[in-house]
Design a protein around this ligand. Structure first.
Ligand code: G3I
Length: 319
């Protein structure tokens, strides 16, 4: 009986040993991407995630740039008109500086996460001046320190917002001019979602940036957010080629893909590798635990911060 028990226990431990995967080695995704001629593979952060040590360990070993997830949005950074609250944004910039990460500012003008005082403005001159002061305050504070600013977010087709409703499309030039005046070195991006195939929105974006840039070049780059569903990568290469036909930089700015399929992650990375004007990729979160789409498990690291198959496949692609 004792022998039998011992055998059973041996069999169990063998089965357990076989079931536990060997710890995977991290390989420095950003370093591999940079070695292919790209600027960075970045990620996002803010005080809530920068205080999690397993998150920052992966962040600093795997990624080369930081975008603030929420702390530089209007409601966070200028919640009351003329009164800036830089605590969260400064914490992110300090973390980036301490860890040699570039920063993308996100986002100077967006229809969402706006304080009520902005949404309530109906007078064009007032709104213009409020936009200018906001951008001077935010971009001015970090002038010379950022790789780039996302000046506009999700407005490629002029969605209805206080900005487009009161000012028409003139607010776009106003915003980019204010950002250029506040920070002459940052790359200025327009950043939008649903630019994931060569669709009507991609065509509208190309037409918009050509129009805005027809006199002086105000827009330096187009950000494509790239929040994909599983299997949604098939049109990404074509869309990036079309966006790059403007002659501007292109960046994948908020990458996450439902259930993190290997094939989709590889296709997106390959699309950027194949287009010389595609300068960077930013993943929208490190671990599924902190993703805005947590239930869809879209990131490269699971909720225990372990790398997924898609991570390994990207490393193989980039080696
Ligand atoms: O800060 C409050 C906290 O005080 C409160 O207790 C809590 C209760 O729900 O909410 C907290 O605010 C949340 C905020 O994130 C900060 O965590 C908001 O509810 C939540 O809606 C907000 O979500 C953000 C979302 O933008 C808002 O649209 C996500 O974190 C952020 O990942 C997401 O990112 C956007 C990009 O900026 C632009 N592109 C689309 C992308 C997804 O919407």
């Amino acid at each position: 009986m004792q022998v039998l028990l011992a055998l059973v226990s041996f069999a169990l431990s063998v089965a357990r040993a076989g079931a536990v995967p060997a710890p995977r080695q991290l390989s420095g995704l950003n370093d591999l991407f940079v070695a292919k001629g790209k600027l960075f593979w970045g990620n996002i952060g803010d005080s809530n995630t920068l205080s999690i040590s397993s998150n920052t360990e992966v962040l600093t070993s795997e990624f080369g740039a930081l975008t603030p997830e929420n702390s530089m949005k209007w409601e966070s950074i200028e919640p009351t008109q003329g009164s800036f609250s830089f605590t969260g944004a400064d914490a992110l910039v300090d973390f980036a500086n301490s860890n040699c990460l570039m920063v993308r500012g996100h986002t100077l003008v967006w229809h969402s996460q706006l304080p009520a005082y902005v949404s309530a403005i109906s007078d064009a001159a007032t709104l213009t001046s409020v936009i200018q002061s906001h951008i001077a305050g935010v971009a001015g504070r970090y002038a010379g320190q950022f790789y780039g600013h996302e000046v506009l977010n999700e407005d490629g087709t002029l969605r209805s917002s206080v900005f487009s409703n009161v000012l028409g499309d003139s607010f776009i030039a106003t915003a980019f001019e204010a950002a250029r005046a506040a920070d002459s070195t940052a790359k200025l991006y327009i950043n939008d979602f649903n630019l994931d195939s060569n669709n009507a929105k991609v065509q509208a974006m190309v037409a918009l940036v050509k129009k805005v840039n027809s006199g002086t070049q105000l827009i330096d780059g187009i950000g494509t957010q790239t929040h994909l569903s599983a299997g949604g990568s098939s049109g990404v290469a074509d869309a990036i080629t079309t966006l790059a036909s403007t002659g501007l930089e292109v960046a994948i700015t908020e990458l996450d893909i439902a259930s993190a399929p290997t094939a989709d992650y590889v296709a997106v990375a390959q699309a950027c590798l194949d287009e010389p004007r595609c300068v960077s990729i930013t993943s929208w979160g490190v671990s599924d635990a902190n993703s805005w789409r947590a239930s869809e498990t879209p990131l490269l690291f699971d909720s225990s911060f372990a790398p997924k198959d898609a991570y390994d496949a990207l490393v193989s692609l980039l080696l």
